[in-house]
Write a protein that binds this ligand. Sequence first.
Ligand SMILES: [Fe+2]
Length: 243
Amino acid sequence: MGLVDLHLHLLPGVDDGSRSLDDSLAMARALKALGFSQLAPSPHHRVEYPSRSRELCAAKLEEVRSAIDAAGLGLTLHPNAENFFLDDELLSDLASGRLRLLGKGKVLLLEAPYQGPLPRLGDLVFRLKLKGVTPLIAHPERCFEFARKGRAAELVQHGALLQLDVGALTGRYGKAPQKLARGFLDDGLYAVAATDLHSPAKAEQWVGDSLAALEKAVGKAGFDELFRVRPEKLLVGDTSSTS
Ligand SMILES: [Fe+2]
């Protein structure tokens, strides 16, 4: 099996990612060329985007799946969403069991705000774990909260999983996220890596460069763990090797 991407904005016209079905197909082709075989598109669950609608996203996922199959790309798609820590609905969805979960349904991809402290994040991790859901925190290296010394390790200890946005390794988001990402990698804090791909623009080039940087940093076996073995397990709700 190929690589597995658990974070990308592949569904057309629903958020700040793909703008058309052509965009989606071009993004899928770029990832296929780089060795990916499974994708879990993660539309934003945020009030400012149409992708807050689960029904719309389910329909778009089917549309992209059909187009990918018709193009013979051999990519498998899975359900997912990028849930926002500050979204009003998150706690009520947690209480009612209506969370938008990854794959077979034990992992919640959670986006923390970039700015400002998040003292309640530990509490949310705890409440999710009580419900049998494991939070997978997207691009912590870009968040102010995780720049606090020891905070990332503390949240991992409390049962959160951290997801590396692989572009951070090549400085795509600036020097501070790059430095944090390198540090978290060295400390073994990341459970998985992902692309957070938003558009087809130079996708094959920048993602390819980022994958190479990751492999250089952690070696072939480490790369395989972060981009294939563990993401595959999370898709089926197996968090045993990552927590
Ligand atoms: Fe994202």
